[in-house]
Design a protein around this ligand. Structure first.
Ligand code: NDP
Length: 371
């Protein structure tokens, strides 16, 4: 009797015999493994830090995307990554010379995973080198910069995507499906709680020059983006209040805790919290006239867990970054349309909202939004 393991071993053996890259072999899908011989997105990662490392590891399991290059300011990291991921010398760059990407036909896209305030210039330089770009969130530190990035990518005829990994997460997508199908009825309320206790006071996340702000830029953005994809509308007003208990650690312009509220055109409201001073805050709750949906945890690396008024959500756990990069390969190479957009315009809306939240904190007034 042939087991699934026999089949996979046989298939892997044949592929090795044929010298087909393991990157071209799909992960399991409904218990069947099928070789993938479609187009491959060749990716260079810029910024070999903590999240860049996570993305690189996750990409080992991608079928449509492959890590082929690096851009880094740290020569020792470049050496390590070359050895670990088999990256040729000709695909290695630093922050001074990466404009030379324009002469490299073996890289399709650069994934920018550096501190927030650096994204704008780096993305624009990559676009000018004629490569597609994926920027990490937040795309930039304000809407004006975000618009410049979009314009530069349009001018260069390259795609600009943003690392919104939750847009591909199965339990999240199931709630969006239910809401669209009317299974929750008219949506009335969203609550998004996003935060963690941040450590080392010397890290770039607490340096306004590099971070562009505080918890809102880093983690509050999940509640902003989540409110939009869970409710399925863009907010038309925002109010916000800041609390700062540790001004020593959270200096001028670096927010510690902000509560914010949105109003939506369909009548729903949202109430959210963004903080760098509390743990156990990673929860989304969506309430409609006919039912509710809850994710807790909602945006961590997983497993995401959740339930709705119809019962537990049982969609399988996936490695977010693996699925994200495979889906982004489909978007860039084949023009696929994701359920929730991950392009520059989508990210610009979040930046406009962040600008408005900071304005509401400063003025104490309700700020109208036109997204
Ligand atoms: P790290 O500090 O771990 O890494 C950032 C890397 O950027 C550094 O290791 C360095 O790499 C490079 N870099 C270039 N210039 C500087 C500079 N002036 N100061 C510090 N680092 C610099 O940060 P993260 O990886 O955690 O975050 C990077 C980005 O990814 C942020 O925008 C963040 O918001 C986003 N992120 C997204 C997550 C998600 O789930 N989508 C999760 C975590 C982060 P090198 O030495 O190679 O030059």
């Amino acid at each position: 009797m042939h087991t699934r393991r026999d089949f996979i071993q046989k298939l892997t053996g044949s592929l090795i015999a044929l010298q087909i890259s393991p990157a071209l072999v799909t992960a399991g899908c409904n218990n069947i493994i099928v070789p993938y011989d479609g187009p491959l997105l060749r990716v260079a990662i810029m910024g070999l830090g903590s999240y860049g490392t996570r993305v690189a590891e996750a990409m080992k399991d991608c079928k449509k995307a492959k890590l082929v290059g690096v851009i880094s300011g740290t020569p020792s990291k470049i050496k390590d990554w070359q050895a670990k991921y088999n990256i040729p010398e000709k695909n290695c760059y630093n922050y001074e010379n990466f404009d030379q990407l324009k002469n490299n036909p073996d890289i399709d896209v650069v994934y920018v995973i550096t501190p927030n305030a650096l994204h704008k210039d780096q993305v624009i330089r990559v676009a000018k080198a004629g490569k597609h770009v994926i920027s990490e969130k937040p795309m930039s530190i304000n809407a004006k910069d975000g618009q410049e990035m979009i314009d530069a990518c349009k001018k260069a005829h390259v795609k600009l995507l943003v690392g919104y990994r939750m847009h591909f997460e199965p339990k999240t997508l199931e709630i969006i499906r239910m809401r669209k199908a009317g299974e929750l009825g008219k949506v009335l309320f969203f609550q998004g709680l996003c935060g963690f206790t941040i450590g080392d006071p010397t890290q770039w996340r607490l340096n306004k020059q590099l971070s562009g702000g505080g918890s809102m830029m880093d983690i509050g953005i999940y509640a902003i983006n989540g409110a939009r994809y869970m409710i399925g509308e863009d907010p038309i007003w925002v109010t916000a209040q800041e609390t700062k208990n540790n001004p020593e650690k959270f200096k001028e312009g670096v927010d510690e805790t902000i509560q914010f509220q949105f109003g939506f055109p369909g009548g729903a409201v949202a109430s959210c919290l963004s903080t760098y001073s509390m743990n156990n805050l990673d929860r989304f709750f969506l309430n409609g006239e006919k039912g509710y949906a809850e994710l807790y945890p909602s945006t961590g690396y997983g497993p995401i867990q959740g339930r709705t008024s119809k019962g537990e959500l049982t969609q399988p756990h996936v490695t977010h970054q693996t699925v994200q990069m495979d889906e982004m390969a489909g978007i860039i190479l084949e023009g696929k349309q994701p359920v929730v957009p991950v392009d520059g315009e989508e990210a610009l809306k979040d930046l406009k909202i962040i600008d408005a939240i900071y304005e509401a904190v400063k003025t104490g007034k309700k700020v109208d939004l036109k997204l």
